[in-house]
Design a protein around this ligand. Structure first.
Ligand code: BGC
Length: 253
């Protein structure tokens, strides 16, 4: 596995409604202190969000040497946001590591939210030790994806934006669609079935891991799905993003 020279790192999850952070014990993948959450400022511009991230970090007495990782709900290539499906469009082209780094006065690693969750599942959760192709799919405001091959993450797969039946998949099958359209679990499961069938057709995963806030209620919908691969809830549930970002920051060379 990957070497880490730290015992604790700090993870921050930048989401559409809240910015959450916690120190992570890297030996166990558990929070080392209770998580702090501050509502996401509106409009969620880079400067406003970076200030809120700094507030979250300042809520803890962190040593300067503690690595910091932030998740962001967009394509992140070398620190720069390259898409903005569910975030303020002014983020496109913004170097997340630079703006958050300046606001916090620390070096920061930025990673796509689903990739962070996927990485945490490989290190500490449901995908640990699984050979072959694993897909981690987060169901929330959007649909995020992490593709993992023999425990290596292939970043920025963006499988929430597959076009299915002429529509952006996440607009039909995200958890926000269930809430917005007041779908029953069974009605939502029909859409998830369609979604995961399409994903299976393209990737033939050996395992599918489902994360996001709704993974806490997995028993309401996962048993309604019938797929070739086993489909299981994220071992770390919604904490996976924070944990994965912290771990990746600790591994950065
Ligand atoms: C974004 C992804 C993100 C996902 C979950 C999608 O709309 O395009 O980058 O991972 O939502 O937040």
């Amino acid at each position: 596995m990957n070497d880490i020279r730290h015992t604790v790192a700090f993870g921050i999850d930048i989401g559409g409604s809240g910015i959450k952070g916690a120190p992570v014990d890297l030996a166990t993948g558990e929070f080392a202190a209770e998580r702090v959450r501050i509502p996401t400022p509106l409009p969620a511009t880079p400067a406003a969000v970076a200030q809120t991230v700094a507030q979250v970090v300042d809520a803890f007495a962190l040593d300067r040497s503690v690595p910091i990782g932030v998740t962001f709900p967009a394509v992140i290539a070398h620190g720069v946001a390259r898409s903005a499906a569910n975030v303020d469009p002014s983020w496109i082209g913004t170097n997340v590591e630079t703006v958050v780094g300046q606001a916090t006065g620390r070096q920061v690693l930025a990673v796509n939210d689903a990739d962070a969750a996927g990485y945490a599942e490989v290190e500490y959760g449901a995908a640990k030790g699984v050979a072959g192709v694993v897909l981690v799919v987060t169901l929330g405001t959007g649909i995020g994806s992490a593709l993992i091959v023999d425990e290596m993450l292939v970043p920025n797969t963006e499988l929430g934006h597959l076009e299915i039946d002429g529509l952006d998949a996440e607009s039909r099958a995200a958890d926000s669609a269930r809430e917005r359209e007041e779908l029953s679990w069974a009605q939502w499961a029909v859409r998830l079935q369609r979604y995961f069938e399409e994903v299976e057709k393209l990737f033939s995963p050996d395992l599918i891991v489902v994360g996001g806030g709704v993974s806490k209620k997995h028993e309401k919908f996962l048993p309604l799905l019938s797929l070739n691969a086993p489909i299981v809830p994220a071992g770390l549930r919604n904490a996976a993003g924070i944990v994965g970002a912290a771990r990746l920051a600790a591994q950065r060379r």
